[in-house]
Design a protein around this ligand. Structure first.
Ligand SMILES: Cc1cc2nc3c(=O)[nH]c(=O)nc-3n(C[C@H](O)[C@H](O)[C@H](O)COP(=O)(O)OP(=O)(O)OC[C@H]3O[C@@H](n4cnc5c(N)ncnc54)[C@H](O)[C@@H]3O)c2cc1C
Ligand SMILES: NC(=O)c1ccc[n+]([C@@H]2O[C@H](COP(=O)([O-])OP(=O)(O)OC[C@H]3O[C@@H](n4cnc5c(N)ncnc54)[C@H](O)[C@@H]3O)[C@@H](O)[C@H]2O)c1
Length: 505
């Protein structure tokens, strides 16, 4: 890695690898393609190197959620509860820390990392104009054409989906960028959507002092992609915190008399009214859209290489874009629609980077055991933590997903409040865990943990799923006492007890 000169030569036009979009995954693919090869790479970034996650998504949201989590848990631990009783967050301090976490929206350290690593950075908006060719337009309006000797990688990410509700596009509703970079906390907020962004945002908005907070979602439960108990437990906690939940509803019209371009994280105008399909009308100071993600593929020149513009890019297990022959175009991160998570995009990037380096050297892309490099194993485990109260951590498949995939499933559930480790955390601990076991192989194919502090339990489940560890081996993986990890022992005991009682239908 060391010793490769960084170049920002304005006249240079050719690199081995061009990465379109400089999110964490884009940085990773450039690093992995170049670090043990003779290849060089350039990242083309329209805004900030580090991407959505660093400045507008994961990092600011977790910075806002952490103080809320500390305060809530403190309220339930004698010896601390008396100190914080009746007190809320120090909002200016929370927002200031969030600003520190996003580096004041300055990517200088990320650019330095890239240049120090031997990866060039060009600022501007890139579009494919043909095979291995990218045109970059700078903020000043200048353009330059770049050619890749080997590969172009698309890492242009995603943005908030704006559903086709009359008046919504014109209302200037907050997107995930505004709600994570909130600067002025509105008094009344409606969150539209019931997924991960909605649940996390409702958690921090209420903690920051939103007085009237309503979450409207079309499904019967929050977090509908997870085990059903996860959404229900998060819903209970949000209701207890004073959030109004309106499931099974959709917006039919949005009105705002004076939408204004006030800037990120400030109210985008005056009162906004959301009319619902049940006839109700909700009036708020801001509307937050949390209705899923649209890949940034509409305007990146895909049609110039025979690929339809827009939509997710179907890729093979080495992240090569299926619609384009010759294995010169790859896609990683949200644009490929596999798992819209930073860590999964970075994993795809590591594999794709090694594949690109191997192919450029005329080698078959294989791992240390001479197996073809592929993202299949990692996606089997695909972990996720939703930092609500309680947290929701999962790896692999839910029971429903496993059944839909044709797996002959056996499950076990356990109330996590019954563990010494969680009792010490909070005497009124609320939590639940579930294992999904493939009967044919006697291995774990999915696990879900709900409860305070479960985030770091997830990696054990990811390991079990990816390594296909049989239950007979997991029985010897002893959890420390007294920790929440003892839930593994209880879940395995639940399976053994039931098996001892005889076959289940
Ligand atoms: C509120 C919120 C919270 C989240 N929290 C988490 C979390 O805790 N953990 C987690 O794993 N995931 C989280 N996610 C998901 C995570 O943010 C995304 O999965 C991740 O950012 C996707 O990364 P990416 O590589 O696809 O690109 P992105 O991070 O979307 O970045 C794409 C980059 O490409 C640039 N770009 C786009 N088009 C062009 C172009 N034509 N030319 C040049 N540059 C271009 C953009 O400026 C941007 O910098 C969260 C998402 C949201 C919305
Ligand atoms: N902690 C984390 O890991 C974390 C945090 C936030 C986001 N993310 C990732 O970011 C991605 C985006 O999150 P999200 O919450 O926006 O998406 P999501 O898919 O989790 O939820 C989208 C919600 O919007 C609703 N919806 C979709 N289209 C709609 C429409 N036309 N009208 C009305 N409702 C509609 C869905 O029913 C659902 O409730 C997710 O894939 C998530 O994994 C991860």
């Amino acid at each position: 890695m060391a010793g490769k000169a960084a170049s920002v030569d304005p006249d240079r036009s050719e690199w081995d690898v061009i990465v379109l979009g400089g999110a964490a995954a884009g940085e990773n693919v450039a690093q992995y393609a170049t670090q043990f090869s003779d290849l060089d790479a350039v990242i083309v970034e329209a805004e900030l190197v580090g991407g959505e996650c660093s400045y507008w998504a994961c990092m600011p949201s977790k910075a806002l959620l952490r103080p809320a989590d500390v305060l809530t848990n403190g309220r339930h631990v004698p010896g601390v509860s008396s100190l914080v009783a009746g007190r809320g967050l120090d909002v200016p301090a929370v927002l200031a820390r969030r600003d520190t976490v996003v580096n004041g929206l300055d990517d200088a350290s990320q650019v330095k990392w890239a240049l120090d690593t031997g990866i060039d950075v060009i600022r501007g908006y890139g579009r494919l104009t043909g095979e291995r060719t990218v045109e970059v337009v700078t903020a000043a309006g200048d353009s330059r054409t770049l050619t890749a000797r080997h590969t172009v990688v698309i890492d242009t990410g995603s943005c908030t989906t704006v559903p086709p509700v009359p008046g919504l596009a014109e209302a200037g509703a907050w997107t995930s960028r505004d709600v994570t970079n909130v600067h002025e906390v509105p008094r009344r907020v409606v969150v539209y959507g019931g997924g991960v962004v909605a649940c996390e945002a409702a958690t921090w908005l209420r903690a920051l002092g939103v007085e009237e907070l309503t979450v409207v979602y079309r499904s019967p439960d929050l977090l509908a992609r997870f085990e059903p108990f996860a959404g229900r437990m998060v819903a209970d906690q949000l209701r207890d915190a004073g959030v109004r939940l309106l499931p099974g509803r959709s917006a039919v019209e949005v009105r705002r008399a004076d939408p204004r371009g006030t800037g990120v994280g400030l109210p985008h105008g005056g009162e906004v009214t959301l009319r619902l399909d049940d006839g109700a009308a909700l009036v708020a100071d801001e509307l937050v859209l949390a209705t899923g993600r649209t890949p940034n593929t509409q305007d990146i020149g895909l049609s110039s290489v025979g690929c339809p513009d827009g939509g997710f890019l179907a890729v093979d297990d080495q992240q090569a874009v299926r619609a384009v022959s010759g294995s010169w175009l790859y896609a990683i991160g949200d644009v490929c629609g596999r798992a819209l998570l930073t860590h999964m995009g970075k994993y795809q990037a590591r594999i794709a980077g090694e594949v690109i380096a191997a192919r450029a050297a005329g080698r078959r892309p294989t791992d240390a055991d001479d197996e073809p490099l592929s993202v299949a194993a990692g996606h089997r485990g695909s972990p996720q933590v939703t930092f609500t109260q309680p947290e929701v951590g999962s790896a692999g498949m839910t029971e429903r997903q496993a059944r839909e995939a044709g797996v002959d499933v056996e499950t076990a559930e356990y109330d996590m409040a019954g563990l010494a480790g969680t009792f010490v955390m909070r005497e009124d601990y609320v939590g639940r865990a579930k294992l999904v076991v493939d009967r044919a192989t006697d291995t774990v194919v999915g696990a879900t943990f709900v409860g305070s502090g479960v985030a770091d339990l997830v990696h054990s489940a990811t390991t079990a799923v990816v390594a296909r560890l049989p239950l007979s081996v997991l029985w010897h993986v002893v959890p420390s006492y007294p920790t929440a990890s003892e839930v593994w022992l209880r879940l395995l005991e639940t399976v053994r007890t039931r098996r001892a009682a005889g076959p289940t239908p």
